[in-house]
Design a protein. Structure first.
Length: 185
């Protein structure tokens, strides 16, 4: 039984380190047998979430539909000033549109979390913030998360990672998302 894993990640900068890290996690999920979908930087540029306005631009509707059908989720955010980016936070605010679903929000779904930043303090606090948001959305953060320090680890344009241990950690997160989703089904 094939599970679907949706990844959200990136920044306004095409090919950002966080978006590339997300793709490594999704590659791990795909290798574990999942169908994957990436929603990256440009696709995350959405109007500020307004719960009082039911109208959604096409990209926001696609985001909500993808999350609605996802068995598992991957979140990869750059760390800005010690937390997740505004771009990622706004995209996650759209999960509120799933409040009336059964199950609501991300309830019962494994969510792999990756924080990337220039320095350990920002990467770790970004990872912690992502996990906190996942808990608030009733998701299950995978046991393994990743704090990727971009001063020490770089991703090339084809997804190659300069640190084999970091690449293995990211792939393992993808595998954990799939394993949990399969068991949950």
């Amino acid at each position: 039984m094939t599970v679907t894993v949706v990844g959200l990640g990136g920044s306004m900068r095409p090919g950002s380190q966080s978006e590339r890290a997300m793709h490594v996690v999704l590659a791990g999920a795909q290798a574990a047998g999942a169908k994957v979908q990436a929603i990256g930087g440009d696709d995350l540029v959405l109007p500020f979430y307004d719960p009082e306005d039911p109208q959604r631009v096409p990209a926001a509707g696609q985001l909500v539909r993808a999350l609605r059908t996802a068995d598992g989720v991957v979140l990869a955010s750059p760390g800005y000033h010690g937390t997740i980016s505004g771009l990622m936070k706004n995209a996650l605010d759209y999960v509120e549109d799933l409040r009336g679903d059964d199950p609501p929000y991300l309830d019962g779904r494994a969510v792999g979390c990756v924080g990337t930043a220039y320095g350990w303090q920002a990467t770790v606090s970004t990872l912690h913030a992502l996990r906190s948001v996942v808990h608030a959305l009733r998701g299950w953060p995978t046991p393994l998360g990743a704090a990727v320090n971009s001063t020490e680890t770089r991703f090339g344009p084809d997804g190659e990672c300069s640190d084999a241990k970091v690449a293995e950690t990211l792939r393992t997160i993808g595998e954990q998302v799939v394993e949990f989703a399969q068991r949950r089904r």
